[in-house]
Design a protein around this ligand. Structure first.
Ligand SMILES: NC(=O)c1ccc[n+]([C@@H]2O[C@H](COP(=O)([O-])OP(=O)(O)OC[C@H]3O[C@@H](n4cnc5c(N)ncnc54)[C@H](O)[C@@H]3O)[C@@H](O)[C@H]2O)c1
Length: 334
């Protein structure tokens, strides 16, 4: 199936699940992007889950999203339990608009759902020569430092900035050693996960994705990563009025209510304090890239370069669809 055809199929599936054409297109774009940058755990592998939650009335396919303007810079969105892509699309657009007007745009979103990749939204701001900081919380996956039970989500931290070249700097990283989507993908495709990323429910290290999903994921950098995941929970959960403290529901196996995910988008102009930000950042990158390299490293890359390169290569090819996902898509269309 060609990528355009695949996008139309996703739109068709979502239309069948009562999303408007506009909302279906927004979701399809984001899902295709996840596939193109190689974030398979946030792409097609989630389509069945979104539809299941819509069917069970846990995602609202026809949300009445409200935007409260708190100042020229700050807005608060109540997503009315929309699919996360739609709320996030609205939020980043509003944050960009506010930033263009006042220098800084801050948009908090409550009552939302999983929105995919933070970097996808950061890129939209960076393309307009703006800097973006984006946070979302997620269902329990990581045990806080010193605890035996998961509570924090993989809670990605995202920072995007113009780089002075066409390849944006997008640091977009989960607080777990690997993201939960990758473990779900491994479970779905019957493959192993790397060592050192998760413990089973008895606290033993495991490379079995199913055991990892029942157990806990390990945070990056021990107590430091635990602290950062906590910060994300405060910024996207406590601050926005969404679920927090381990109360965001797992979209795959908790059907007891809506997820109530929170997101925070902070976008600002890069010339607030200096006029020549882009040339300064370029100078910064050049100095770092010229450093002597470790054996085997061809290039010191900045965050985002890898995904940009993958996107370029993958855009020229057909997106690979596993048999399992092909079957799921067929069933969703029936
Ligand atoms: N919505 C959610 O609930 C949720 C939860 C967790 C993760 N996510 C998304 O999952 C995606 C993947 O997260 P991840 O932690 O697996 O990302 P990752 O480990 O693939 O990459 C993390 C960061 O490191 C950079 N990077 C990778 N290789 C590099 C290299 N060689 N040199 C320099 N930089 C390099 C990447 O560009 C990226 O910015 C993110 O887009 C994140 O937003 C979403």
């Amino acid at each position: 199936m060609k990528n355009k055809e695949l996008k139309n199929t996703i739109i068709k599936i979502l239309r069948k699940h009562n999303l408007s054409l506009l909302h279906s297109k927004i979701c399809a774009e984001a899902i295709i992007n996840a596939e193109l940058v190689g974030a398979y755990g946030h792409g097609l592998s989630r389509l069945k889950m979104y539809c299941e939650r819509i069917k069970r009335k846990l995602i609202n396919p026809k949300p009445k999203i409200s935007i409260k303007k708190l100042s020229e810079s700050i807005s608060h969105i109540d997503a009315n339990n929309s699919i996360g892509f739609v709320a996030a699309d609205l939020a980043i657009k509003r944050a960009i608009k506010n930033a263009k007007k006042t220098g800084i745009g801050m948009v908090a979103v409550k009552n939302s759902n999983h929105y995919g990749l933070s970097g996808y939204y950061a890129e939209q701001a960076v393309k307009k020569n703006l800097i973006a900081m984006i946070y979302t919380n997620a269902p329990p996956a990581i045990a806080p430092h010193g605890a035996r039970k998961s509570l924090f989500g993989t809670n990605p931290i995202c920072f995007g900035t113009p780089s002075g070249s066409k390849v944006p700097f997008i640091l977009d990283t989960s607080m777990s050693v690997i993201n939960r989507g990758k473990i779900r993908f491994a479970s779905k495709t019957n493959t192993k996960i790397p060592k050192g990323v998760a413990l089973d429910k008895s606290g033993k290290p495991t490379i079995n994705p199913n055991k990892a999903l029942e157990g806990v994921q390990l945070p990056i950098a021990g107590y430091r990563g635990s602290g950062l995941a906590w910060m994300v929970d405060i910024l996207s959960g406590v601050l926005t009025g969404s679920s927090h403290a381990g109360e965001v529901k797992d979209p795959f196996d908790d059907f007891s209510g809506p997820q109530n995910v929170g997101h925070l988008f902070i976008v600002f102009k890069n010339n607030l304090f200096v006029k020549n930000f882009n040339s300064r950042v370029r100078y910064n990158f050049i100095k770092i890239k010229k450093l002597p390299k470790v054996k085997g490293v061809k290039e010191i890359m900045y965050p985002g370069q890898n995904k940009y390169a993958r996107n370029r290569v993958n855009s020229k090819k057909r997106i690979k669809i596993s048999n399992q996902i092909r079957i799921e898509m067929k069933e969703l269309l029936d």
